[in-house]
Design a protein around this ligand. Structure first.
Ligand code: ZN
Length: 344
């Protein structure tokens, strides 16, 4: 699992440029499906044929990234965010600009010692940052094959921490992709299963929206990360989720203060996941998440409605280059997903 997740995490695949991830997933699963489809937006769908209810599993291939907006006279690259970055987490990161070829750069801003007293107190915004590729001027930058619209991703190796934890970029949601790959390889069910590796989740659940319409499933389950609350600065009532204590079974998620724009898991899907975890003695937690959502939100609103739920992998520092999660949780999520499909 470490090796698979490392390959997925270190590959680049920002929203709408998921080719590298699609290729990795395809190579892993091409021998394991009855049928493989790719739709017009780029979702990759592995089908195991069987009886109803038809189950759709979804994990998103895309990671949050940036896009080249403007190259200034001095050759510095201005960018827009593609997905929900917390601006301070971008500062002084190493990035790759995916132009004609991949070009290394670093994100800079006005240095602290030149900031005025009032400026220092304020958070540095992404619009005041730029990518420095070492170019002499605009022409020199263009000679490197960089142009408007090129995707940019963070560059970071995935490594192990203590206690079977790992850290890297894009674990949101390459960990979901890895879990879906392992689950699909070891399926033990008579049901028809559609494993969907979705595109453009980070900018509005776009891949899941069109793929769930096409598949028209009877049940939907997304696999994605959720915010762990087990580190300094977070109180238990804000997030009681701990890494290493098993997958979090989603009860509800959505916007802060209203849970608008999210999902309230279907009671039968939630019950299936909780009961299976109890029967199989798999550690698990339950989750009510404010301030985020997953592909399951798009799936459950497809056509006439699809009973849906989510298995979440507790993760620290989500949407940064140093996301942290536990490989124990990953193994337990695979176990729970496999057993739930079998129990149905
Ligand atoms: Zn995600």
């Amino acid at each position: 699992m470490f090796e698979l997740l490392k390959r997925l995490s270190e590959a680049s695949g920002p929203s709408s440029s998921e080719d590298n991830i699609r290729n990795l997933v395809y190579e892993e699963l091409k021998e394991h499906a009855d049928k493989i489809e790719k739709d017009r937006l780029g979702n990759l769908i592995f089908i195991k044929e069987g009886k109803t209810p038809k189950v759709m599993l979804a994990a998103h291939m895309d990671e949050i990234g940036l896009m080249v907006k403007f190259i200034d006279e001095k050759g510095f690259v201005r960018f827009v965010k593609v997905g929900g970055f917390f601006d301070p987490s971008l500062l002084n990161q190493r990035v790759l600009i995916h132009g004609e070829k991949d070009v290394y750069g670093v994100i800079g801003s006005k240095p602290p010692h030149l900031l005025k007293e009032e400026e220092r107190k304020k958070e540095i915004k992404s619009e005041d940052m730029f990518v420095d590729v070492g170019a002499l001027d605009r022409e020199d930058c263009k000679k490197l094959g960089i142009k408007h619209g090129d995707p940019i991703t963070l560059e970071r190796e995935m490594v192990k921490l203590a206690n079977n934890l790992v850290t890297g970029k894009a674990l949101d949601d390459r960990v979901g992709c890895a879990i879906l790959i392992e689950t699909f390889k070891g399926l033990e069910t008579d049901n028809s299963v559609y494993a969907v590796f979705t595109v453009q989740e980070e900018i509005g659940l776009r891949g899941a929206t069109v793929s769930s319409f096409k598949i028209n499933p009877d049940v939907g389950i997304a696999i994605d990360v959720t915010s762990a609350g087990d580190y300094p600065g977070i109180k238990d009532h804000e997030s009681p989720i701990h890494i290493g204590k098993g997958p979090a079974i989603k009860i509800a998620d959505g916007r802060r203060e209203s849970l608008g724009g999210g999902l309230i898991s279907h009671p039968l899907v939630r019950q299936l996941l909780v009961e299976t975890a109890e029967i199989e003695d798999i550690p698990h937690q339950v989750e009510v998440l404010e301030g985020g959502t997953t592909d399951a939100t798009a799936i459950h609103l497809s056509r006439e409605g699809v009973p849906s739920g989510v298995l979440s992998i507790p993760t620290r520092y989500i949407h940064s280059a140093v996301e942290v999660l536990s490989l124990d949780d990953v193994e337990n999520t695979v176990k729970l997903l496999k057993a739930s499909l079998k129990n149905k």
